[in-house]
Ligand binder design. Structure first.
Ligand code: ZN
Length: 425
């Protein structure tokens, strides 16, 4: 037990709560990407006071970036007394819109009953605040530490991270030798280590038809009926096959420990925007469907795509006049950091010290910014670890527990001690 480090964190509880509430008060709602600059500047000013050097990087040209909604990121770095490894804590500062059903003001930073409430409390301003406090406590106890600590507040995670971590990674901010270990304090619960995520393939399928008068559909060719045949084949063949594919990845919740596919949308034919009035009596000559396929380490993306195009090709052979196009919208490969990676072992040791038990190792069903760190930065010593209960994210009356933040700040401080000083003492 590292009593000095623990005490240094506990001494800062009020500060931790105040920092979380202050961060929540910036309504960094994305889309559209509100208040990024003041939030990043606030965080930067806070870290500068601790001696960090700060940089503000706007992702000009990124999706959504404009003078009204600039994608502003902050990266802060503190170099220790001697050279060594660099540990980077990365948090996204954007939040999803508040939505309905709140009993408190979502942007007031309300503190009550041992919790801080607000949009982004758990996802993930509480985690960001915990990492700042962890760094501060560590720097106080070990002022002569070797290596460096970086803390970033980045934009747009909720919309794919292109104006945030992806942009910074392309500029080299998430690569060696600048950075060695990355911890993303997403709300995965204080005693769990998230090693990565499943893969994603989004695609749009379009079936073709021929327009004709609705009273004589035999003169045309109905694109919606062709799409019906696609959906029928998915129901009969693809969904049952996906359901049988289980993974060794420890995905939570349990239901996501297999391949899944969602039909995101289907649209076809003439506009539905005819009210008041009547729809136009036409045979639809197009129908479009978007799919969201989540896949496993055990699957390769060529096979994942082949399962869908195989069905489409067969329909083309067997079904009269069937024609289609398919377009990739997004692909992200599955990721899983090894359990013996340095950052995993260091945080696991922290969890054992604080909770006196082994951590749970989990995989996220959906992706987060770790994908950019790996794919663009080629840095694989990366995990998500932070306070907050995942199920509360994006919901009304979102909150983060103060005790949970304190405990996970202790875990992070121990992680820093192991990664930078090579010891828990
Ligand atoms: Zn998040």
């Amino acid at each position: 037990m590292n009593e000095r480090l623990f005490k240094a964190v506990e001494d800062r509880v009020d500060d931790l709560v105040a920092l979380t509430a202050d961060l929540i008060r910036f309504p960094t709602v994305n889309p559209p990407g509100e208040a990024y600059r003041p939030c990043a500047e606030f965080l930067g000013a806070r870290l500068r006071k601790l001696g960090f050097e700060t940089e503000f990087i706007r992702a000009e040209g990124a999706p959504g970036d404009s003078d009204r909604y600039p994608r502003v990121n902050v990266v802060a770095r503190f170099d220790g007394r001697s050279p060594g490894a660099c540990v980077h804590f990365n948090s996204h500062i954007d939040v999803v819109e508040a939505g309905d059903g709140w009993t408190v003001d979502p942007f007031a930073g309300v503190v009550k009953d041992g919790r801080v409430y607000g949009r982004g409390a758990c996802d993930m301003k509480g985690g960001l605040a915990a990492s700042v406090i962890a760094a501060e406590a560590f720097m106080e106890v070990y002022p002569d530490f070797p290596g460096a600590i970086e803390i970033s507040g980045t934009a747009d995670e909720e919309s794919g991270g292109f104006g945030g971590v992806a942009h910074l990674a392309m500029l080299g901010y998430f690569s060696k030798p600048k950075v060695d270990h990355v911890i993303i304090p997403e709300p995965l619960n204080k005693d769990r280590i998230c090693l990565g995520h499943r893969g994603v393939w989004w695609a749009e399928i379009e079936t073709k038809g021929e327009i004709a008068h609705g009273s004589m559909p035999f003169l045309g060719d109905n694109a919606v009926r062709h799409m019906g045949a696609v959906l029928q084949a998915f129901e009969d063949e693809l969904f049952p096959a996906l359901d049988r594919k289980m993974t060794r990845m420890p995905v939570v919740p349990e239901g996501a420990r297999r391949s899944t596919m969602n039909i995101n949308s289907v649209h076809g034919g003439q506009t539905e925007d005819f009210r008041p009035g009547l729809p136009s009596p036409n045979v639809p000559d197009w129908c479009r469907l978007t799919i969201d396929r989540r896949f496993l380490l055990e699957e390769d993306i060529a096979t994942v795509k082949g399962e869908v195009t195989g069905i489409l090709e067969r329909l083309k052979r067997e079904r009269k006049k069937f024609d289609y196009e398919i377009r990739d919208l997004m692909e992200v490969l599955p990721l899983m950091t090894e359990r013996d990676a340095p950052v995993v072992k260091a945080v696991a040791k922290g969890i054992m010290e604080v909770f006196d038990r082994e951590p749970d190792y989990v995989i996220s069903p959906g992706t987060y910014d770790q994908k950019h760190v790996a794919r663009i930065g080629h840095l694989y010593d990366c995990i998500a670890y932070g306070p907050g209960i995942l199920d509360l994210a994006h919901r009304p009356d979102e909150w983060v527990g103060i005790a949970d933040m304190v405990e996970s700040a202790k875990v992070m401080a121990i992680g820093l001690n192991i990664l930078l000083r090579g010891t828990t003492d």
